[in-house]
Each structure stands twice: as structure tokens, then as C-alpha cells.
Design a protein around this ligand. Structure first.
Ligand code: MG
Length: 195
């Protein structure tokens, strides 16, 4: 039978250096075992219908289609809000901002992000980096991406260098490809504030 205590299972220096900090053999205090970073993941989808503009990352983009939504329909900010909430161990955006609550009717989604950031801060977390994807067939977002990234950086209080934003089409396939929907994905890295 294999002896798990055998020397052959001992980590060499190179392997030990790749261990997460909170698993370090020499790091046994309870405080140091509390992770100082977390990640959160969020996605969103909105149906599209005839309109004049789409709002993504807080930027109004001229478009023959608009998002069907109770709020301003900013699917990218909604995915981001869910990512931050998830990283904090909180329930999702629909629980915090129900779509049958008149307070959130046509609300600017940057306000939802500000509320979520306050909640995260109260729990001792701040976002330090995000990566995001928008799947949208039309309009092409390339020319708006710099402005969207700048707005995300200002909203989150982090540098543009810490913001990823990919704008992709669905190559004509599925509801996104047929121009019926916009899909968004966001992942966030949170850092403990010490509060
Ligand atoms: Mg949404």
C-alpha cells in the first residue's frame, strides 16, 4: 500500500513555492489563513427589441435595438454586479434589486453598481481587477470599447489596466447571432480591505 507519509510525497522547494499563501506550511496563524483575495462570477442576458440605443458599461450606444428591461438594461453592469455580489458571498442582483420594485424602474445601472460596491465595502471587500465579455451581433462595439473601459475604471475606482473587455459576435448563431439577445459575462477579483 502506498504510504502517503513517505518522503516521496514531500513537496520540493519549487512545488512549495507554488502553494497558495494560505496553505503555506509555515503559515499557521488563523488570521493568515483567511484569504485576502476572492473572485466572483456574473452573467446576464437581455432580450432585444426595436429601439434607438443600448446601454453597456454605462455608455449609451446608438443602436436599432434596445434591451428589454425593468432598469436601463445595462447587461454588462448587471453581470458585473452579480460578480461582485457573488465574490462577497451575497445573493444575486435580482434579490437585491427586484424587478417588481418601482424604485429600480428605469434606474441607471451605475447606481446599482454603486450600491453593490457599498455593500461589498461593508463586508470588507473592494474590486481590484475585472475581466468581461459582451456577446452582441450588432452594433459592433469596437469603437466604444475604450470609452466603456474608462467608465468601468471610474466606476470601480481601479486603473484601466485592470479592466478586461472583449466585444464578440455570435457569428450569426443562436439568439445573440439572430439579434434577439445580448449576453454578458464578468469575473471580478476582490481584495480584503481590512475593515
Ligand atoms: Mg439584467
Amino acid at each position: 500500500m502506498f504510504d502517503y507519509r513517505s518522503e516521496s510525497m514531500t513537496l520540493n522547494d519549487d512545488q512549495a513555492s507554488r502553494q497558495p499563501d494560505h496553505l503555506s506550511k509555515d503559515d499557521s496563524s488563523s488570521e493568515s489563513q483567511t484569504p485576502s483575495r476572492r473572485v466572483g462570477l456574473g452573467t446576464d442576458r437581455h432580450r432585444l427589441e426595436e429601439g434607438e440605443s443600448l446601454v453597456l458599461a454605462g455608455i449609451r450606444i446608438p443602436s436599432p435595438l434596445k434591451a428589454v428591461a425593468h432598469s436601463d438594461g445595462d447587461a454588462l453592469l448587471h453581470a458585473l454586479a452579480d460578480a461582485i455580489l457573488g465574490g462577497c458571498g451575497e445573493s444575486d442582483i435580482g434579490t437585491h434589486f427586484p424587478d417588481d420594485d418601482p424604485r429600480w424602474k428605469d434606474v441607471d445601472s451605475t447606481i446599482l453598481i454603486e450600491e453593490v460596491l457599498l455593500l461589498a465595502e461593508k463586508k470588507g471587500w473592494v474590486p481590484v481587477q475585472i475581466d468581461t465579455v459582451v456577446h452582441l451581433e450588432k452594433p459592433r462595439l469596437k469603437e466604444y470599447v475604450p470609452k466603456m473601459k474608462m467608465n468601468l475604471a471610474q466606476l470601480l475606482g481601479i486603473s484601466e489596466d485592470a479592466i478586461g473587455l472583449k466585444a464578440k459576435t455570435a457569428e450569426g448563431l443562436g439568439p445573440v447571432g439572430e439579434g434577439l439577445a445580448v449576453d454578458t459575462f464578468a469575473i471580478v477579483q476582490l481584495e480584503r480591505t481590512g475593515n
